[in-house]
Structure formats: structure tokens, C-alpha cells
Design a protein around this ligand. Structure first.
Ligand code: ZN
Length: 320
């Protein structure tokens, strides 16, 4: 049997998605369950197993040669465990071992969700063709991942490129991670909204106080709303410039709900980058919106599986 597919799992705080994906990144079968995020660890695992049961029942399943998992973090790729902040029942939960036994012993590759999105953007999105890239998700939190020398760089634990918790404000506000002035503490959607409200922005009649509502107000000319996005842009620019200076990425790709603000975010971000990315070798750094859609987590998990094990290399050889 040619194993020309991989199984992909995208595990987040609200949903668990699964798919069978071919070597061109096409999704041939898919399923999804809500994440019982506040339940105990076995109940959450039960939802993962329900997703896997649907995949393994597919007539395509015998063609699957590996499993890729992109999970909310932190993850520990070397230990095969996950401890997602938003899933308290899972702390150092042995997800890789459990998924391996639920799939008849297939090789399993685990990465953080930011690394998975990065794999997807490099394979099919805005980072395609770039050998050195930083990809980010800016939404409720801020995550990211790195492509270095043409390869996904997950790092030993699968969290490399987690730009949200780089400090860009030495004496800044305490961050839930324990540090101060992290990119996420300034640039995440909830923090954009919180700062706008604190500085006097008021929502419209619908009472919407999300970052999307702040973006709408900024676009309509509200200076407080625009200033909150400019501050987020400044934090992102400082983090991106630091990353580019360290490892010479030439493109930063930004996805997630906050990136949907468009020019309200990207205009001040590109201006701020000129202030922070100053050395000759980082001046050609560009910043663009992500282009993979809602399936990025699944496609990225599949990409991680494809780059993972020898079984997949064997599958590729067989497929030739
Ligand atoms: Zn932090």
C-alpha cells in the first residue's frame, strides 16, 4: 500500500480538527469536534480519539503514513507532551504516545500551533519561496515560528519562534508568562482593546469592545483607536526587527484576527520597522499579511508530519 497521505490534527482551545492530507497539501477528508477545554484530561483526549476514529474509519486511512499535530502551547516536542494554557486538564499530557496508540503505531510529529502555521505559510502561503522567514499569528495571543535555511525550525521542544513572549518594553506591564513588556502584552487583540478603552475610546451602540471594533473606529478616524493599533504595531516591529537581526529573516508574515485590521495595523507597522530594523542587512525586510486561510493549522500539521519521519521519506520513495 502506498502511504501517500498524512493525518493532521489541529488542537486548539475551542476545537479539535482532523484531516487526511496529500503531499500537495490538499485536504481529502476532514472532521472536527469542540474542545471540552474545561473538562478533565481524559475527556479532552476522548474528543481527540473521536476525531481520529472518524479518520481511521475513512477508506483513505490505509494510505496515511504519519500523523502531524499542531497544538496550542506550550508543547514539548522532545517529550511528546502538551500543556496548553487554555486546556487546564492537560499538563505534560502524553499526547504523542496516545495518538500513536490510537493510530496503530504510526509515527507522530508534534509542533506548537505557531510553528504549524509557519509550516503552512512556507508550503502554500505568503512565505513560499523564502528560505528565511518569520511567521506570526496575532489574535487572542501572539505566536510564531521560523523558517531557516529553507527548513521549518521547530526547535527541540517545538516552540522556536514564539515571538509573543520576547520583551520589547523592559519595565513594561507584567505579562501572564511571568516576564514584563512582552510583545503579546502590547499587541494581542485583547490588549489593543484594553488600552484603547483605558485611553478613552468608547464602543459604538452595539457595545462591541473587541480589537476588530477598535480597528473599525481607527479606520473611521478615531485617534485613540488608531493610537492603540500604532502601539501594537510598534511592539510587533521591535520584535520582528530583533528576530531579523538575530537570524536574518527577510520576510515577516502576519496572520490571525488582529492582522485582519489591514492597513490600520500594517501602515504603522511598516513605519515602525524603519525605526527598529536599521542595520544594512535587515533593511530589505518586508512585512506581509498571511495568505493561508482557516485550514492553515491542519495544512501546517501535515507539513510537519511530511518533514518528520523516515516512514514518510519511504512513502515519498514509494510514491515515485
Ligand atoms: Zn510574556
Amino acid at each position: 500500500m502506498h502511504t501517500d497521505l498524512v493525518a493532521a490534527l489541529d488542537i486548539g482551545g475551542t476545537k479539535i480538527a482532523g484531516a487526511l492530507v496529500d503531499h500537495q497539501g490538499r485536504i481529502l477528508a476532514r472532521t472536527q469536534r469542540p474542545t471540552p477545554a474545561q473538562e478533565n484530561g481524559e475527556t479532552v483526549m476522548g474528543a481527540v480519539e473521536a476525531v481520529l476514529a472518524e479518520l481511521t474509519a475513512s477508506e483513505l486511512w490505509p494510505r496515511a503514513g504519519a500523523v502531524g499535530i499542531g497544538s496550542a502551547g506550550p508543547v514539548d516536542r522532545s517529550a511528546g507532551t502538551v500543556s496548553p494554557v487554555n486546556v487546564p486538564g492537560w499538563r505534560a499530557f502524553p499526547l504523542v504516545e496516545r495518538v500513536r496508540s490510537a493510530t496503530g503505531g504510526l509515527p507522530v510529529e508534534l509542533v506548537g500551533d505557531g510553528v504549524a502555521i509557519t509550516a503552512a505559510e512556507h508550503w502554500q502561503g505568503a512565505a513560499r519561496g523564502h528560505d528565511n522567514a518569520l511567521c506570526m499569528v496575532v489574535s487572542t495571543g501572539v505566536g510564531g515560528g521560523l523558517i531557516l535555511n529553507g527548513e521549518l525550525h521547530p526547535g527541540p521542544t517545538g516552540n522556536s519562534g514564539h515571538i509573543g513572549h520576547i520583551s520589547v518594553d523592559l519595565d513594561g506591564d507584567p505579562c501572564p508568562c511571568g516576564a514584563r513588556g512582552c510583545v503579546e502584552r502590547i499587541a494581542s487583540g485583547p490588549n489593543i482593546a484594553r488600552r484603547a478603552l483605558a485611553d478613552g475610546w468608547r464602543p459604538g451602540p452595539d457595545g462591541d469592545t473587541t480589537a476588530a471594533a477598535v480597528a473599525t473606529a481607527a479606520r473611521a478616524g478615531d485617534p485613540v483607536a488608531a493610537a492603540s493599533f500604532a502601539r501594537a504595531a510598534q511592539a510587533l516591529a521591535a520584535g520582528i526587527a530583533a528576530t531579523a537581526t538575530l537570524v536574518e529573516v527577510d520576510i515577516a508574515v502576519i496572520g490571525g484576527g488582529v492582522a485582519k485590521a489591514g492597513d490600520v495595523l500594517f501602515d504603522p507597522l511598516r513605519r515602525a520597522l524603519r525605526d527598529y530594523a536599521t542595520l544594512s542587512f535587515v533593511q530589505r525586510l518586508t512585512v506581509v499579511p498571511a495568505s493561508t486561510g482557516t485550514d492553515a493549522g491542519l495544512v501546517g500539521a501535515a507539513a510537519a508530519a511530511l518533514r518528520g519521519g523516515s516512514t514518510v521519506d519511504e512513502a515519498r520513495r514509494q510514491a515515485v
